[in-house]
Each structure stands twice: as structure tokens, then as C-alpha cells.
Design a protein around this ligand. Structure first.
Ligand code: NAD
Length: 369
């Protein structure tokens, strides 16, 4: 059996909780990584192929993201093994069962992630009394509906594009994963004149170098259809999104999609990480060596968690968007300044920024560390 402490380092994880309810068919893992800045917040992911390692790595990304964003929260994450498209009744039963199992894990506040949504957070709140990213009717700011993460990603891209002296008007964008993050990033960038030349979902890639109609694709997805069902554009395999020549490439689906084996195929100037940990370390180094700027996930995709933290304090949607804009632009500038001065990788600059905040918080704590 694997050593359960194989992930442990000076930051965490403080708790790695395995949940198994045979009668429900519930298999889940919660990683509470670090609590120095405050109670952990982080999403609940449902996918058929998730693992404890994925939970830990995503929780660590949340520790760094929350600290980088200057939020009074630590990092956590949970993964539930299951097909998110299972029948609605089965999904509610599984998520309620998961919520009941974490009722006592009071230093972890769940939010939505891949495969879960505002409604699911409503069930979690009903079972445990705590959840973020709630439906509007429960006092939430529905971050996926308003596109909080896509909005922040577009703000980070705008800052990076200025540094690259690349006008957004006319910039060619390719998006892998046309869900909450990907479709809203495409929408906000299109508002600035950027052109969506390709997008992919789990059914494949849709490409059109003359530009895809973002609003039509969003409507298609809202109707439960696949991008491949769109009447225009070239229909390609899922992996083809990697090969699309573009100025801005946005991973907004799964981890480790860009790795040593395919990084040479990317032809872009900027990789803006909407997904968490979408590139391996080797791939990020290879991109930097080729002069491709990579905006690290926990700086660029913090919009959702900033929105959730504003919701937690009873703030409004307008306040959340203003805070996302201010914090993400400020952090992106800080990271790019450090990269320009010290010639470090953007991720290293971002980690230093976050770690220095966590270490200062840890010095104020007695037992947590
Ligand atoms: P989502 O479930 O709304 O959308 C995911 C999209 O990816 C869907 O269109 C799906 O069809 C597609 N997809 C799945 N597997 C794919 C594959 N192999 N190739 C291409 N497309 C694929 O999820 P989301 O909320 O948009 O999250 C996407 C990523 O962004 C995840 O890594 C998540 O952790 C991260 N993230 C989300 C938020 C948020 O606010 N929702 C915030 C920060 C980070």
C-alpha cells in the first residue's frame, strides 16, 4: 500500500480523509492542506478517474491560490469518484452522502468544481450548514453563472497581453474545455475583440480560423449539446486543440494536459491556465525556453475563489467582480515584474509570492504547524 504520508511537507496536508460508503457506492477523498491563513476553501470535483494524489495536488494549489489572492483562507479540495452526468437523483444522493460524511470536517468549506455546480452546493449546505458558490436563492453569488473565474482569467490575460505588446483586438484564442471557465473566458475576451479560433469539449475540437460565434456555442452547450453539433467549423478530435496555431491558448479542462510528450506541438504566445495544474513542470520549463509566457493557474484562475470569499462575507456580485479585477490584475503584474527582473519562471515567482504570505501567517499559529 502507498505511504499515506508521501505528500507531506512543511505546509501540509494537515488531513487527508478517505471516505468509503459501500451502501451508497460513495468513494471520495478530502485533502485539507493548510489552515494558517484561515479555514480551508476549495472545490468538490466529481469525475470517474480522480485520485487521492489529485485531491492533494489540487488542495495545495488552493493553499497557494488563496494566499496569493490575499484571502483569509487556507486550501482544501475534495474528489468524488463518479460520472458527473449520472441521473440527477443518483447524483443528489451521492453528493448528500458525501456532505453528511464531511459534516464534522468543520475547517473545510466546500465549493463547486468540475462536475459539481451551485445546486450541488445547495445540497452540501443543507447537509452540513457550510458551502460556497451557492445558488442566488440561498444568498449565494453564483460564480459559475456569472463567470467569475473566466472574468478573472480575461483580466490576467489583458495584463499579460500588454506586457507582450499584443493587442487583444484580433488576438486568436483557443480554449480547451468549454465549461464554466472556458466559455466565460472566451466570452469576456470576445468582448475585447479577441477571436475564438478553436474550442474543445469532451466530444472533440471545433475550429474555424475565421472565428467561432461564442454566443452560439454557449447556447449550444446550455442546451446540453456538444461543440461538434455546431453547424459551422471544422470537427476534429479532442487532442487537436493542442495543434491549433493561436496567440492565447487556454487550458480549462483537466490537469497535466500539456506534458513533455506534446508541449512542442503548442504554437502560441501565451498560455493562460484556467484549469488547475494543466501543464507539467517540464512542459512549463519548455514553454519558457521557447519564449512562451505561461500565466500560472493559481494567479490567473483565482476569480472563483475570490468570488466565494466575498459571498462568505455577505458581499454583492458587483463587489466580487471589482475585487477579482483588482486582485488578479495586481498579482499578475507582481508576478510578471518579478519574472522580468529575476528571470525566474512565472510559477516560481507566483509560489514565492504565496509562500511568503503563508509563512508569515504560520508564524502567528500555535498548533496548526
Ligand atoms: P466544467 O465541468 O464546467 O467544464 C469542463 C469542460 O471541460 C467541459 O466542457 C468538458 O466537456 C470539458 N472537458 C472534459 N474533459 C476534457 C478533455 N479531456 N478535453 C477537452 N475538454 C474536456 O468545469 P470548470 O468549472 O469549467 O473547470 C475547468 C477547470 O478549471 C478545472 O481544472 C477546474 O478545477 C478549474 N477551475 C474552475 C474554477 C471555477 O470557478 N469553475 C475555478 C478555478 C479553476
Amino acid at each position: 500500500m502507498d505511504d499515506p504520508f508521501r505528500f507531506a511537507d512543511e505546509l501540509g496536508p494537515l488531513k487527508l480523509v478517505h471516505i468509503w460508503r459501500p451502501a451508497l457506492g460513495l468513494k471520495a477523498v478530502v485533502a485539507v492542506d493548510n489552515l494558517a491563513c484561515g479555514p480551508a476553501i476549495g472545490g468538490v470535483r466529481m469525475a470517474p478517474d480522480v485520485s487521492a494524489e489529485e485531491a492533494f495536488r489540487l488542495a495545495r494549489a488552493m493553499t497557494l491560490k488563496n494566499a496569493a489572492a490575499g484571502l483569509p483562507h487556507g486550501g482544501g479540495k475534495s474528489v468524488i469518484v463518479g460520472d458527473p452526468k449520472m441521473p440527477a437523483g443518483d447524483k443528489e444522493r451521492l453528493i448528500r452522502g458525501f456532505a453528511a460524511a464531511i459534516a464534522d470536517l468543520v475547517d473545510y468549506i466546500p465549493g463547486p468544481d468540475m462536475g459539481t455546480d451551485e445546486l450541488a452546493m445547495g445540497w452540501v449546505k443543507d447537509e452540513t450548514g457550510r458551502a460556497l458558490g451557492l445558488p442566488r436563492e440561498l444568498g449565494g453569488i453564483p460564480l459559475d453563472e456569472i463567470g467569475a473565474t473566466g472574468f478573472g482569467l480575461a483580466a490576467a490575460i489583458e495584463v499579460a497581453a500588454e506586457r507582450l505588446e499584443m493587442p487583444l483586438a484580433g488576438a486568436r484564442v483557443a480554449v480547451q474545455g468549454f465549461g464554466s471557465v472556458g466559455k466565460h473566458a472566451a466570452r469576456f475576451l470576445a468582448q475585447q475583440g479577441a477571436v475564438l479560433v478553436a474550442a474543445s469539449d469532451s466530444g472533440g475540437t471545433l475550429a474555424d480560423e475565421d472565428g467561432l460565434d461564442v454566443a452560439a456555442l454557449i447556447a449550444l452547450k446550455a442546451a446540453g449539446r456538444r461543440l461538434a453539433d455546431h453547424r459551422r467549423g471544422q470537427k476534429l478530435g479532442g487532442d487537436a486543440i493542442i495543434d491549433i496555431p493561436c496567440d492565447i491558448w487556454i487550458p480549462a479542462a483537466r490537469p497535466d494536459v500539456v506534458h513533455a510528450g506534446n508541449v512542442a506541438r503548442l504554437r502560441t504566445r501565451l498560455v493562460a491556465q484556467g484549469a488547475n495544474i494543466p501543464c507539467t513542470e517540464q512542459a512549463e520549463a519548455a514553454l519558457a525556453a521557447r519564449g512562451v509566457l505561461v500565466l500560472p493557474d493559481f494567479i490567473a484562475n483565482a476569480g472563483g475563489v475570490i468570488c466565494a470569499a466575498v459571498e462568505h462575507r455577505g458581499g454583492t456580485e458587483a463587489a466580487a467582480l471589482a475585487m477579482i479585477d483588482e486582485k488578479i490584475r495586481g498579482n499578475t503584474r507582481a508576478v510578471l515584474d518579478r519574472v522580468a527582473v529575476d528571470a525566474v519562471l512565472p510559477r516560481a515567482a507566483a509560489i514565492d509570492l504565496a509562500r511568503s504570505r503563508i509563512e508569515r501567517a504560520m508564524r502567528t499559529r500555535r498548533w496548526e504547524h
